[in-house]
Design a protein around this ligand. Sequence first.
Ligand SMILES: *Cc1c(COP(=O)(O)O)cnc(C)c1O
Length: 406
Amino acid sequence: MLHYDLTNRLPVDVDGFYGNFGGAFIPEELKAVVRRLDAEYRKCISDKEFLSEFDRLMHEYVGRPTPLYRADNLSRKYGAEIYLKREDLCHTGAHKINNAIGLGLMAKRMGKKKVIAETGAGQHGVATATVAALLGLECDVYMGAEDIRRQQPNVARMRMLGARVVSVENGNATLNNAVDAALAAWCSDADNAFYLIGSAVGPHPYPEMVARFQSVISFEIARQLEESTGRRYPDYVIAAIGGGSNAAGAFYHFIDTPGVKLVGVEAAGKGIDTDMSAASLSLGYEKVLHGARTMVLADDNGNVQEAYSISAGLDYPGIGPLHAYLSSAGKMDVLAVTDSMALNAAFELTRSEGIIPALESSHAIAALEMMRFKPDDIVVVNLSGRGDKDMSTYMGALESQILDKM
Ligand SMILES: *Cc1c(COP(=O)(O)O)cnc(C)c1O
């Protein structure tokens, strides 16, 4: 069994700032709650018993380590050594469970009776509902009405697991509105309830906690690469960024490793020259959203703009402060991938490797098409989740033949 190294390697200061980004911009009534959370977190993350329970659940329950698969067919096509980190094989079908276990164990230790979560694609809702069932906690999941419509299989799973799925009708009824609603619910019940956030966003210490629990991904990549290639680090790590948790986990142990290029892929929706995208790094402004200063899609008057992406998990107008910092400091390259590029990549991966990816992960696969490699480059793409939840979108695309290569 692996013993994960969750020590802090993030470029974050004591106030939770990553350069200009991050911090904790929260209402007065939450300040004491967040202070207690921070103190409990520092205790947990250095406590042997907590860490060994985390290691055990990663191994026996989540199914870690997930494979690092050398994709020979993709490698031939792109002229590099391409590896897929198979987070799609985690229990519940995506990386979200890694963080949900870490935060769930904390909620339990703090004596909380209930967890509150928001969800977009439904993957974090399912992960939270799963952990709540496992640990005997009540669970309320806030989800935009539009996302409830497009992610039915995950809604059914949450209900079966015993969670209450709360439909959020505000705005364009997607993830941004669900986060607002979950934060409000937490504010009004902070003594009983633990906010189990689903991405590397929100007020400090949430982005740090989420990144450190997700760091299991890059911890494994380094060891698995060493075993198969003799080298502990790749030339490229590519990951899709919604709020940034799977990317943070895949980058974590390589953030300061010379020679490793980090590539974050955001959703360009219908194109970054339209007003229908979720490309907060390419198009956003510095602004406070959901408790942190970060890059946010906003209109000319500074109002937060609704995001758009075919992928519910990337359909968010902000991004975690770590990624805003990495991008502004030139430590991470940013690519923007459109809906149709992502759909094409999903079919390409499925037909060439027999792996049906989540729409979010398909954005990372599509980035390969936009890059140029040397034949001996080692490229790791983080395959954040599996595509079961997106089958109706994929079949719709097949029927309307918007795929240019099929
Ligand atoms: C939620 C989700 C994402 C996007 O969230 P991050 O926090 O940016 O990782 C990506 N892929 C899958 C499969 C997801 O479920």
